[in-house]
Design a protein around this ligand. Structure first.
Ligand SMILES: [Mg+2]
Length: 251
């Protein structure tokens, strides 16, 4: 029986800082249905707190403890393993890590650092990796959508560093099974009792199905025609509103 719904944020609830049509009302209906809700994002240009505040500002009834971000997962990993990070991240994400111990870096944290993903910074990260520092990455998303265009995400830079240093990154956000399991544990449900909703067929949909969740690909956000073929077993819906309509009709 379905007990929890995990929702990707960008491309499902929001796009370009606006709520997608019908998304606020659809989320209200989901909440009223009594299902546990959690919100997941690999976004690494903003802190977890800023992600939650934006959702609240747009009218989504979301509590900070329901929001799971990839940078938040990296932070918990650093604390657990007492690692000092070399942060190759966006300047707006810096507050997420500001109160961690400082010192000589023994881990590389890689996010969507935008302009900082230049030769100098990547080269410095590469040398740390050669010395044995683990590469902790928010995800392997190939691209994201903003202002109607697709843009390079962090994935291509993860692969570049892996290739150069001959190592494998540790992924802390989607599509990591650990990330989904941490969210499920927080919600107190088993994988088969949860549905993941996303616009990224690989990192949201196929990844969730790989750990036993049901998943729905929404044709909003970064969705591109033909994506269905990469996860043929997944549900599909034109939007979150359409999915909610179908889900609740059967209850
Ligand atoms: Mg998305």
């Amino acid at each position: 029986m379905l007990k929890a719904v995990l929702l990707d944020i960008s491309g499902v609830l929001t796009e370009d800082g606006e709520a997608l049509p019908g998304a606020v009302a659809a989320l209200e209906r989901l909440q009223a249905s009594g299902l546990s809700l959690r919100f997941l994002t690999n976004t690494s240009r903003r802190t977890s707190a800023a992600v939650c505040e934006e959702l609240q500002r747009l009218g989504f009834d979301v509590a900070p403890e329901q929001v799971f971000t990839a940078p938040g997962a990296i932070r918990r990993h650093l604390e657990r393993h007492q690692l000092i990070p070399y942060l190759l991240i966006h300047e707006r994400l810096e507050p997420e890590f500001a109160d961690l111990p400082q010192g000589e870096a023994d881990a590389v944290v890689l996010g969507d650092a935008e302009q900082r993903l230049d030769y100098t910074h990547l080269d410095a990260a590469f040398r740390l990796l050669l010395e044995g520092a683990p590469l902790l990455a928010v995800g392997t998303n190939r691209y994201f959508r903003q202002a109607g265009k697709l843009h390079l995400d962090v994935g291509p830079f993860v692969r570049a560093l892996e290739y150069a240093a001959g190592i494998e990154a540790r992924l802390l956000g989607k599509p990591s099974g650990d990330f989904f399991h941490a969210v499920l544990e927080d919600a107190g449900v088993a994988p088969v009792e949860a549905l993941m909703v996303g616009d990224d067929v690989e990192c949201d949909v196929a990844a969730a199905m790989a750990v036993g969740l049901e998943a729905c690909l929404v044709r909003s956000g970064k969705y591109r025609p033909g994506d269905e073929a990469k996860a043929p077993e997944a549900r599909c819906a034109a939007s979150l509103a359409d999915l909610v309509e179908a889900l609740l009709a059967g209850r």
